[in-house]
Design a protein around this ligand. Structure first.
Ligand code: CAA
Length: 286
């Protein structure tokens, strides 16, 4: 099969803008869909700022940045994705929203062989696949934050996903310069199944007063050479997303170690979502 040249990305938040950026840098024609003008503008700004940062850091020339921008187009209308060969949805971690987006895309895509990938962090891919009329062409494609930096993509076939879809998804990951691993269709897949209990344990340490956020993070950075401690990482991921992932894993396994601690819920309720809101376990300016 020919390589994918026309990619669609739905959602231009932290993950969607990163996916669109690496795809444009990988030479693909990328069309990005968002639900509202404000969200689209914010996403476009984030994406442009990231490309500008790449220029400042000497990772791409001004000419390459301009070529990337020329390969990107934006729309509010999912109908504008009709000609896409492969679409990655990266909307909020909400089962109903993701299901609705995949069902709409299923109707809109002209090519019956086009693939629908979900960047869900935790929902069973099979539930999303069977909500469409093309369950053999629905697959999980889970990127990591920040997308331009993290090398990994988890490729998650549902029970219904065809081998052809798996191969095309692996090929696309390679086109984007990513390294794919195959992960099981269990909530949390491979990485979050290991990462989330660790992050929640750090929240419980703060909640119980056992240790201070700075000390916890320094402990893991200096003691275990992690690039950032668990609380800075939660702030990067977004506390709302982390809560949604933990809830989904708890729903699947009923293991107390996946249950979101009360402190996490309270912080989300207060709007302390991490970097994106300027405040989480730490505060951020600019
Ligand atoms: N976009 C593009 N490049 C970026 C970037 C971004 N948003 N953020 C950082 N970078 C690049 C910088 O340009 C820099 O590159 P060079 O060294 O080649 O110039 C490099 O990354 C390091 O950046 P900084 O010096 O600014 O900062 P840092 O050294 O503190 O690194 C970090 C920042 C890359 C975020 C690093 O701390 C890190 O890797 N942290 C761990 C992130 C992680 O674990 N992510 C997974 C989260 S889990 C998830 O996403 C899945 C889920 O479902 C919840």
């Amino acid at each position: 099969m020919d390589p994918v040249t026309r990619l669609g990305v739905v959602g231009c938040g932290l993950m969607g803008s990163g996916i669109a950026e690496v795809a444009a840098r990988g030479g693909l024609d990328v069309r990005v869909a968002e639900a509202t003008p404000d969200a689209l503008e914010a996403g476009r700004r984030r994406l442009t700022a990231s490309l500008d940062r790449g220029v400042r850091r000497g990772k791409l020339s001004e000419e390459q940045r301009d070529e990337c921008l020329a390969r990107l187009s934006f729309t509010y209308d999912l109908g504008d994705l009709a000609d896409r060969q492969f679409v990655i949805e990266a909307v909020a971690e909400n089962r109903d929203i993701k299901t609705g987006v995949l069902q709409s895309l299923d109707k809109v895509l002209e090519d019956p062989a086009a693939i629908l990938a979900t960047n869900t962090s935790s929902f069973p891919v099979i539930d999303l696949a069977v909500a469409t009329e093309r369950p053999a062409q629905v697959i999980g494609m889970h990127f990591f934050n920040p997308v331009p930096v993290q090398q990994l993509v988890e490729v998650i076939p549902a029970l219904t996903t065809s081998q052809d879809t798996v191969q095309r998804t692996r090929d696309l990951a390679a086109q984007l310069g990513k390294q794919a691993i195959q992960a099981p269709d269990r909530s949390g897949f491979v990485v979050n199944a290991l990462l989330v209990p660790y992050l929640l344990s750090a929240v419980r340490m703060v909640e119980s007063g056992a240790a201070r956020p700075d000390d916890i993070d320094q402990g893991m950075e200096l003691g275990c050479a992690h690039p950032m401690g668990p609380l800075h990482l939660l702030d990067l991921i977004g506390l709302d997303t982390a809560q949604a992932v933990a809830e989904s894993m708890y729903e699947e396994f009923k293991e107390p170690l996946y249950a979101p601690p009360a402190l996490l819920r309270r912080m989300v309720a207060a709007g302390h979502l991490g970097r994106k809101s300027g405040r989480g376990f730490f505060t951020y300016t600019g």
